[in-house]
Design a protein. Structure first.
Length: 364
């Protein structure tokens, strides 16, 4: 019996479906094999598929011609069977040839800088001004947004300072960042200031002096020393402040404080947050140095311990996890720890290659 080639197997599998989407969803293994062999554009394989609506009817010229029948984007959107949906699916809603006439007729010609300023004088706050836009009372807010005038002093200078957009000026944001060492602490204490800094593109500038808290794969080294007693604890953590609080509430350090006094503990963050492998090595070096100097090291576990999560999800186990799923979406939903490990350690792309390898009888 003549052996069927991989190309023929892929061709036969594709012929069972009328659309590319149906093929991908119902015969993932053959679809993945075609993709690996660069056969998805081969007309012998995919020529029989039903073409999408926008490629068969809505060309760019037809979309432009249809859009020009409407004076506003709203009427274009609301008109049944218009070219709006094909334009959106093809990413043409920001194309100047398609929507250029909307901007000219609605905003550019009518709402001049002087008219926008005059319109804002009717409102006491920026919130009131924005709500007038929603209620279709005044459209100057959207015009100001299009022209990037929402934070222009001449436009909003008369608004009451109680308005959040006016309250959080650059100088006031700076005030909130003083005496705060950690980024997360600032975000938790001043969420509105954080949002304002993010929106006005000054976030990196105002938080440059702050230290970002690490995560499962990025940690800092810290020490807790008992004053004048040659006793020390050296550890790793991805959240220094939280970990110290845990230590101070533990039986060991509560006992030390009772015995030697509340001010007997000297707490230090020795390093910045760094990759766990490097942090583990440096912790071991510090413990060795302390032992040589005659310190009593209080660590119960061996230095460099990264916890069960970091040790469990090796590269091999992550790949084994990926092999159980057809798509990245399902993998991320069903095995979030394995997925995040691959992402954090930099081999997500390698693991993704195994998502589409299905255990079927037919090999492609």
């Amino acid at each position: 019996m003549k052996k069927i080639s991989s190309f023929q197997k892929i061709k036969l599998a594709a012929k069972k479906h009328t659309t590319r989407k149906s093929w991908m969803e119902n015969s993932n293994a053959s679809y993945a094999a075609a993709r690996r062999r660069n056969l998805l554009q081969n007309q012998v394989i995919t020529g029989h598929f039903t073409k999408p609506v926008h490629t068969s009817k809505w060309t760019l010229k037809k979309i432009i011609a249809d859009a020009k029948k409407h004076k506003t984007r709203k009427t274009w959107f609301e008109t049944p069977k218009s070219s709006y949906d094909p334009a959106r699916s093809r990413g043409l809603l920001k194309n100047k040839d398609v929507i250029g006439h909307f901007a000219k007729t609605v905003w550019t010609s009518k709402w001049t800088f002087k008219k926008i300023i005059a319109a804002t004088k009717k409102f006491k706050t920026k919130k009131e001004w924005a709500e007038a836009e929603k209620n279709k009372v005044c459209f100057s807010y959207r015009a100001a947004k299009e022209r990037k005038l929402l934070f222009n002093k001449k436009v909003i200078g008369h608004f009451k300072p109680t308005d959040p957009a006016i309250k959080w000026t650059y100088s006031k944001i700076i005030e909130t960042t003083k005496n705060i060492k950690f980024f997360k602490e600032w975000v938790d204490k001043f969420p509105v200031a954080y949002q304002r800094a993010h929106r006005t593109n000054v976030l990196e500038k105002v938080t440059a002096h702050m230290e970002r808290v690490g995560h499962k794969y990025k940690r800092c080294i810290y020490s807790i020393e008992v004053k004048n007693k040659n006793m020390i604890y050296i550890g790793l953590t991805f959240n220094f402040k939280q970990r110290i609080e845990q230590h101070l509430d533990s039986k060991r350090f509560v006992g030390i404080k009772k015995k030697y006094g509340k001010k007997s503990l000297i707490i230090k963050q020795i390093t910045k947050y760094m990759p766990v492998e490097e942090a583990g090595k440096r912790e071991n070096i510090l413990i060795t140095k302390c032992n040589k100097k005659g310190y009593q090291v209080l660590n119960k576990k061996k230095g460099g311990d990264l916890g069960s999560i970091a040790s469990k999800w090796t590269k091999e186990k992550v790949i084994e996890s990926a092999k159980k799923f057809k798509t990245q979406k399902k993998w991320r939903a069903k095995a979030p720890v394995a997925y995040s490990t691959a992402k954090q350690k930099g081999y997500l792309k390698e693991a993704q290659q195994f998502l589409y390898v299905q255990r079927e009888k037919i090999r492609y």
